[in-house]
Design a protein around this ligand. Sequence first.
Ligand code: KG4
Ligand code: ZN
Length: 401
Amino acid sequence: MKDDGKTRLSLCRLRCSVRIGTPPGALSRMPGKGAHPRRGRKAPEELLQRFLFGVCGMRELTKNPESFCTLGIETSCDETGLCLLRGARTVFAEVLASQIEEHAPYGGVIPEMASRRHQEMFLPLLRELFLRGGIQDPSREIDLIAVTQGPGLMGALLVGVMSAKGLAQGWDLPLLGINHLEGHIFANVLHSPFLEPPFLNLVVSGGHTEIVLVRDYGIYELLGRTRDDAAGEAYDKVAKMLDLGYPGGPKVDALAAQGDPGAFDLPVPLGNSPEMDFSFSGLKTAVLWKIEALKKEGPSPFPLEDLCASFQRAVVASLTGKVRLAMKHTGLSRVAVSGGVAANRGLRQGLLEIPGGEIFLPPPALCTDNAAMIAAAGYNGYMRGRRGDLALSPNPGMVLA
Ligand code: KG4
Ligand code: ZN
């Protein structure tokens, strides 16, 4: 089979229509290559110095922050996301290629495959992004590149970070590495103009379950975290036990809506603990035992919806219980939620029912991985005075607080 761009693209589920196959010579015609029209051609020694010492984009901030344009790049797991953000909140072009369908047969993300797909998708998506955003001369029209530095899969992060470094070097643009979790927090900032620090942020994704106190932008305190599995991971593993496919979260969520949450008495993890930590592996094991018992002597048909609803009740009770504790501990009522599990209907409902809570929920598209949240965190960091350089390297175990 001919391995052209079209074939490769069809393997990925795209949330945008992308014309693959960069026409021959298109990249070499990309504006910004060669002499910089605004600042003139650089002396070879200056270019060498910049290369050796990793200086990039040392331009002064003369632009009105409202028209400042940030290119956001996200490749930490199985979504290749690119976005153009104007000012703090206006996303004026965005493309995202999800690899979920490719990883689904394996029941989880295959890291090597994820890196290859990011690498194949990056330039075609960048080209589409610029078409959508009307960008003709990136070195003049873009002011900052913000890329996910970690945490995530090493090979996947490498593709985003090295591409961003190449673009920053080539277009002489400032570059910032962004913590993926800070990005998730900024999904709320992007969506809710009225959300101001201090606030609590519950980050619930496939890799993380954390309650973060956002004292100010850039100043984060970790109040609680999972001791074992992340909430999304527990959803995915329970879905696997029930043969529901990957990713399991949305499927369990949909089935739970049709079941009885009180049908099975599953334990609420660390329900009586005064700590703000989470734990989901015991609950996952309890579900496994329940499945085995039901298969042996249980009712027919198998009570799939009831089991999903009971599991979801325990997860939501655990998450909302710890949010209540954090509210009490800090005296804060503003709570934002982010990460893939923030799309869960049961969790959204449970949070909205917390007495005295002022709850901020991003729309589902901003809950899962995307580049807009990375761009928003980058813009905010840059305006606060953060600066980076070409020494940037991926950090798969990067911590937030
Ligand atoms: O934030 P995300 O896109 O990627 C990570 O950084 O992990 O989150 C993906 C996770 C997966 O575990 C997926 O099953 C879960 O979020 N998820 C959900 C829902 N939608 C996605 N979990 C529960 N209910 C949902 N509706
Ligand atoms: Zn994420």
